[in-house]
Every structure is written in structure tokens, then in C-alpha cells.
Design a binder for this molecule. Structure first.
Ligand code: AHR
Length: 372
């Protein structure tokens, strides 16, 4: 019953989106405006705890309906994350995925979650655009008895979710800093003058990477000349780098891009400005994410180092849902595994937060083995 209502609502919204000329970035199904006549199955016990599924999870037909409020479509990483979710939560796996591309708009993401509640989905997955402003809507999910699973980015102001699956962004930033320190030592580079192109403001990925890198920079006495948001997009990275090139040409020897798409934009801007980068260049170029085309750029020497952010959370989320279906209590926090990729064999390992970690020299085999 719940599934039929959900499908009808999704169909109605598809029509309304089509009438409005689209809903932003490829939503395959999106949340409708709340219907006046709520399905009764969408109103579970008010005091259902965050760690329990709704009584009627699965809608009695064996199909599990999952609403996913995705950040947007700003990067190659995001495309990989969306594809992973669409593959895992496919009908052939017993799921009905209601996917909403929130186009990097926090208000739209909150609305999507509220619409999932109205639809009476069995589970809600959120990749939070920003880290704060979540407690009210998560309380509403909890009151509706719908378990919420957070992926990728973290939420700082609420713990009203069952599990979070994602990356330790501060560790990524620390790893970047520790590698740069070791690389500079190995190459005899005594001074670091860095420009940072941050990700989207307020995103935990941005906050963690910025904090981690800055911690090492402060410890080593490096100069961070400027640190501005490129919004995790190629256009944003290019725009910020163009302005950096105008303001600081000849004054910097490191550019840290907080994702691969920004690195692509930064490369375009440096090419135009006649600034060399990568192996043998004047500028050490660092990126995050490690999407396959950008690991290829590490292999080709255009990017010196790339710190992975793993987008494949969906299989773990499916396991969590199956645990909940079986009445089990999943882990509250699950970290995805990540690796660090480099172009030269100057550094083979680094110590990050007291833990020794390998640094992978990229070969063609490494590139070809990348899952995304
Ligand atoms: O939250 C993960 C970050 O968001 C990725 O680094 C970036 O590419 C994405 O847009």
C-alpha cells in the first residue's frame, strides 16, 4: 500500500517537475508536496526510537522503499556516489529508490527529507550538504519512526540517526599535510607557500580537510597565502585559481584543491597563466577524491598527489538496512577505506595521527583498478 502511494506521489511530482521544466540535475524521482490525505502507514508511533525501522517497513510486499537526499551533481565523485546508490538500491535488489538531487541547496534538502516522511518511505538516506541545521528534521524522522542513515558528510548538531557511513575528512587533510612535509624534505624544498581551493562552505568535507591541512601547516610554519571556496566544481576551481594567478603569480609553490574537479579548473587557469605544475613543475598540485581520470593524471605527472575520498557507501548502507530489517543494531559510525596516491616514489609512507600509512605510487595497473 505504502509503495503504491509512494509511486503515485512520485509520478505526480514527475509530472509537476516536467511542467516546471525540470527539477535540477537528474532526479529520477523526487519528493512531492505533502498530500492532505496522508497514508495511514506513514504515521508510525510518535516515540519510535531512531535505531528502529517503522513497523511496516517493506510495505508488506517485500520491497523496501528508500528515499535518498543526495547533495547534488557538482563533481565526478558525486556522480560515482549516485551511481553506487542507484546500483545498490535497484528494484532487482528488492528496493524502490526515491532519489532527489538537491542541487547543493540546503533548503531543498530539508524539503526532500520532509517529503520522504510524507511519502512514508521505509528508510531515509541523507548526504548532508552542510553539517548543521539538522536536529529538527531528524526529530521529525524519528517521530515518524523512519530510520535515517547518513552518508559521506557528517552532521554536527544532532545524533538522531541510526548510522553514519563515510570518510574521516580531517584525516584526509592531515594525510595531505604529512605527505607534503615528507615530499618537500625529500625534494629539498625548504619553503611552502600554499594556496588552498576549499570545497563548499559549511560542508564537513571542507571543514575537515581545511582543519587537517592547516594543523600540519601551522606545526611546520608554512605560509597559507589564501584559502577560498571553489564549491567543489570545476568552474569554481578555475575561477578561484584565475584570481589567485592574478594576485599571487610567482609567490606560491603549492596548490591544494579539495576535490578533483577543482583541480581540473585550477590546471586550466594555471595553463592560461603560463604556470607549470605537477612533476617537474613550479607548483606542487594536490587533489582529493582520486576518481579514476584524476588518478591517471597522477600517473601522468600532472597532479603530484591525490587523497582518496571513497564514494561507495551504498553497499554498507544496504547491509545496515538488512541488519535493521533483521532486528539487529548496526554500528553508529562506519568509516570507508581510503588510500593516498602519488606520482613519484619520493615518499612511500607517512604517519597520520600516530598511524603509519602507505602511500601508493600510481602505475597503470593502479589506474585501471580504480573502482570509480
Ligand atoms: O563530500 C564529499 C565531497 O563532495 C567530495 O570530495 C567532492 O568531490 C564532493 O562534491
Amino acid at each position: 500500500m505504502k509503495k503504491i502511494l509512494g509511486m503515485a506521489l512520485a509520478f505526480a511530482l514527475t509530472l509537476s517537475l516536467a511542467a516546471c521544466g525540470g527539477g535540477g540535475g537528474g532526479a529520477s524521482s523526487a519528493a512531492p508536496a505533502p498530500a492532505a490525505d496522508q497514508p495511514s502507514s506513514a504515521a508510525p508511533a510518535a516515540d519510535a526510537p531512531a535505531s528502529q525501522p517503522a513497523d511496516n517497513a517493506g510495505g508488506g510486499d517485500g520491497v523496501i522503499t528508500v528515499g535518498f537526499a543526495q547533495v547534488g551533481h557538482e563533481s565526478d565523485w558525486r556522480t560515482a556516489s549516485t551511481k553506487s546508490a542507484q546500483d545498490v538500491f535497484a528494484a532487482s535488489n528488492g528496493y524502490d529508490l526515491v532519489f532527489v538531487d538537491c542541487d547543493n541547496d540546503s533548503a531543498r534538502q530539508l524539503e526532500a527529507v520532509r517529503n520522504f516522511i510524507q511519502q512514508g518511505v521505509d528508510y531515509i538516506i541523507i548526504d548532508p550538504i552542510v553539517a548543521t541545521g539538522w536536529d529538527t528534521v531528524l526529530t521529525e524522522c524519528d517521530d515518524a519512526g523512519i530510520p535515517v542513515i547518513i552518508i559521506d558528510r557528517t552532521i554536527d548538531d544532532s545524533d538522531k540517526y541510526v548510522s553514519w557511513v563515510g570518510s574521516d575528512f580531517k584525516i584526509e587533510g592531515l594525510a595531505c599535510g604529512e605527505w607534503l612535509k615528507a615530499y618537500a624534505e625529500a625534494k629539498g624544498i625548504s619553503e611552502i607557500n600554499a594556496l588552498v581551493i576549499e570545497g563548499s562552505t559549511g560542508a564537513s568535507a571542507t571543514i575537515g580537510r581545511t582543519e587537517g591541512f592547516k594543523e600540519i601547516a601551522d606545526r611546520e610554519g608554512w605560509n597559507i597565502i589564501a584559502s577560498q571556496s571553489g564549491d567543489f566544481t570545476e568552474a569554481g576551481g578555475q575561477e578561484v585559481m584565475e584570481s589567485y594567478c592574478q594576485s599571487y603569480k610567482g609567490q606560491f609553490n603549492v596548490v591544494i584543491c579539495q576535490n578533483d574537479n577543482e583541480a581540473a579548473g585550477a590546471m586550466t587557469a594555471m595553463d592560461t597563466a603560463g604556470i607549470s605544475y605537477g612533476v617537474g613543475g613550479d607548483v606542487i598540485l594536490v587533489s582529493f577524491d582520486a576518481n579514476r581520470p584524476y588518478v591517471q593524471m597522477v600517473k601522468d605527472g600532472k597532479i603530484n598527489a591525490n587523497f582518496e575520498c571513497n564514494p561507495m557507501a551504498a553497499p554498507t548502507v544496504s547491509e545496515i538496512i538488512q541488519q535493521l530489517e533483521a532486528g539487529e543494531t548496526p554500528e553508529k559510525q562506519v568509516y570507508v577505506t581510503e588510500s593516498w596516491f602519488v606520482a613519484e616514489d619520493a615518499v612511500s609512507k607517512i604517519t597520520v595521527n600516530g598511524s603509519e600509512q602507505p602511500v601508493i605510487l600510481v602505475t597503470q595497473e593502479v589506474v585501471d583498478g580504480r573502482p570509480y
